[in-house]
Design a protein around this ligand. Structure first.
Ligand code: KDG
Length: 307
């Protein structure tokens, strides 16, 4: 039985640090928030499985080789006919990072409630899913809901992507899952404010708990994480990144690491500290899984952060 089950779509990633144009060189990799967070969970020491639909073609074979190389259990991956979901990670004309998706109707977005192995879901230590899995199709959103309601410890990362879902839609997904959620990890302010008008982070956490969530880890960029565990508030400072190449997947690394450590029995505050450290190390590689720190590296980095 895995410690952690991550639900979502694994994407083909084509990345460049340049704006897109004819002739732009792109690097092929595999990513998607579910893969990024599963990789982090596996690296954090948890037996981690991915529940995902993957096209039954040669590119799908290469994708799964990468999943296995990241230490992830593929026994819950379903091979199906269909197209890959793809995203281009590139710069916009101002140089800021941008994602362009080619994923509507993808095989991965066809994951449905009937694909969820309920017996297994009830037994795994924790289940992690994100707002992206809810945004890609109503069917996939239902699969997440069924898994959340069956899991003993459901972690939800809102991961709001305006190019995939409106603010109203993203807020509705969070509200629908709140009653099943042990921990939610919204970014401040945009993701938290999907469901609350609060302009103060502590008040926002209280409002989100009011929806039925047990604990909130509000990620505030350079201001660190504000953890509200049933009303007990803890500030967890960021740990400066030793090398910054690309922020993609940092939030996924945080969510995956925290979920893994919770499933393995760490106290929530300790899990969050390790999540912060793993996210800080993850930005040293290009793309969603460009650098996945080992638990040893993460622990050492966390210790530096508190020294
Ligand atoms: O968090 C990083 C993800 O956004 C990236 O890997 C692509 O999964 C992705 C998405 O749907 O945006």
């Amino acid at each position: 039985i895995p410690d952690v089950l991550v639900i979502g779509e694994i994407l083909v990633e084509l990345s460049s640090t340049e704006p897109l144009d004819a002739g732009t060189a792109l690097t092929l990799n595999f990513s998607g928030d579910a893969l990024n967070s599963a990789a982090a969970a596996a690296a954090a020491g948890a037996h981690t499985a991915l529940l995902a639909r993957v096209p039954d073609d040669e590119l799908g074979d290469r994708l799964l080789e990468r999943v296995v190389a990241l230490g992830i259990d593929t026994s819950q991956v379903l091979r199906v006919a269909g197209q890959h979901g793809l995203y281009l990670q590139h710069a916009d004309p101002s140089g800021a990072r941008e994602f362009t998706y080619v994923r509507r109707g993808s095989a991965g977005s066809g994951l449905g409630p009937g694909d969820v192995p309920l017996d297994l879901v009830a037994k795994v230590g924790a289940v992690l899913a994100s707002g992206i899995a809810c945004a890609i199709s109503p069917l996939s959103a239902k699969a997440v809901r069924v898994a959340a309601s069956t899991s003993r410890c459901f972690v939800y990362d809102p991961n709001w992507r305006p190019r995939l879902v409106s603010a109203v839609g993203a807020g509705d997904h969070l509200r629908a899952l709140a009653q099943y959620t042990r921990l939610v990890t919204p970014g401040w302010p945009h993701e938290a404010q999907l469901v609350t008008d609060a302009t103060d982070p502590v008040a926002a956490c209280a409002a989100i708990r009011g929806l039925g969530v047990d604990a909130v880890a509000l990620t505030r960029g350079a201001d660190g994480v504000l953890l509200d565990d049933g009303g007990r508030i803890v500030e967890v400072p960021v740990i400066p990144a030793p090398v910054v190449v690309d922020q993609t997947g940092a939030g996924d690394s945080f969510a995956g690491t925290v979920t893994a450590r919770l499933a393995l029995g760490d106290a929530l505050e300790e899990a969050v500290r390790l999540g912060v450290a793993a996210a800080s190390l993850s930005v040293s590689g290009l793309g969603g899984t460009g650098h996945v720190a080992t638990l040893e590296e993460t622990r050492a980095h966390a210790a530096n952060g508190t020294a």
